[in-house]
Design a protein around this ligand. Structure first.
Ligand SMILES: C[S@@+](CC[C@H](N)C(=O)[O-])C[C@H]1O[C@@H](n2cnc3c(N)ncnc32)[C@H](O)[C@@H]1O
Length: 310
């Protein structure tokens, strides 16, 4: 009754237009004698009744592809009503024409670059770049390009209160502020040609191919690295047996750290791995100082981001 009363008291006219459809998505946390489906049903009915009374129109419900998504959260004795302004998750940037089998979420790649505190102009490498997520996100930062610039499907664009022309203007202004050139000091290295080709295709789609130098090489062989001065390494090495031909993540991590110690005189390494024990053993064996760690969820996996001093 409380949920209906509160949701019925809300004016939906400023977010939903008369000819638009809507759906309620609910989440329930805590112990209650109703389900989240009950919450959706009650809030949905309240929205229909409120709209009908205020605007003499019965709103259409579309559970599969609604124009507007209302979000209802019941957490213990709290009730939060909101509207989805994002739509698809923000990690879906729109540049992945090549799907690497162990791709990193671009949002995590971007956070790793922040952790690395990489200033544009200094040499940055991802020596196991796969589909090039890290170099692409680095190029967005270097060029000052909004990372979701390819997306046109934000949910807020369908809200009645939102002026689409204003969005286009803001978007154009932001893109106009992007730099047209930056120092070519972002490197993506990868051992396998098919992944490297995929990474190049992704960078092309993201419109930052000009900012990244791609190299085919082995991250455990110092001679394969570019000759330019490198100060920052941001990398997502394989975690599991399936992706590692030698079958041992520790051996690969030791090889990587030893090579980095030869190639980077003084610098910062930011690495993500789900095989934490193996990486920590490798770091200790190579006297690599870990200065910061944080846990992140990457899909179903729990992974750790390490910041290290080289
Ligand atoms: C977890 S994936 C990286 C995925 C990438 N971050 C992305 O978002 O697409 C690890 C990559 O390391 C590559 N790799 C494995 N051993 C390598 C080595 N010794 N040198 C360079 N690359 C290697 C694999 O081929 C794979 O593409």
């Amino acid at each position: 009754d409380d949920l209906y009363r509160i949701a019925r008291g809300v004016d939906y006219g400023w977010i939903i237009d008369k000819d638009q459809s809507f759906a309620v998505r609910s989440e329930r946390i805590g112990v209650h004698d109703f389900t989240s489906m009950d919450v959706s049903r009650v809030v949905g009915q309240a929205a229909i009744d409120s709209y009908q009374e205020a605007y003499r129109t019965r709103l259409k419900v579309d559970l599969d592809e609604p124009d507007v998504e209302i979000y209802a959260l019941v957490r213990d004795d709290e009730f939060v009503l909101g509207v989805n302004t994002t739509g698809r998750s923000l990690h879906k940037r729109g540049y992945r024409v090549y799907e690497h089998p162990a791709a990193l979420k671009p949002t995590i790649a971007s956070a790793m670059l922040e952790i690395a505190e990489w200033p544009d102009g200094e040499g940055l490498i991802d020596p196991m770049c796969g589909g090039a997520t890290i170099p692409i996100e680095a190029a967005f930062k270097a060029y000052n390009i909004p990372p979701n610039h390819l997306r046109r499907d934000f949910a807020f664009l369908r809200l009645k209160c939102f002026a689409k022309e204003e969005f286009e203007e803001i978007r154009e202004n932001l893109l106009a502020e992007a730099k047209t050139c930056c120092s070519l000091k972002i490197f993506g290295m990868e051992k396998y040609a098919h992944h490297l080709r995929g990474g190049i295709r992704n960078a092309e789609k993201a419109d930052v191919l000009r900012a990244i130098k791609f190299i085919q090489g082995d991250a455990t062989i110092p001679e394969d690295y570019p000759k330019e001065t490198l100060t920052h390494v941001v990398v997502n090495p394989p975690y599991g047996i399936r992706m590692i031909p030698s079958g041992s993540p520790k051996k690969l991590y030791v090889g990587l750290v030893k090579a980095l110690k030869k190639v980077v005189q003084i610098g910062t390494l930011v690495l993500i791995s789900g095989a934490y024990k193996r990486f920590e053993e490798a770091a200790s064996e190579c006297s690599l100082e870990i200065t910061e760690t944080r846990m992140v969820s990457h899909g179903d996996l729990r992974a750790k981001i390490y910041k290290c001093k080289i």
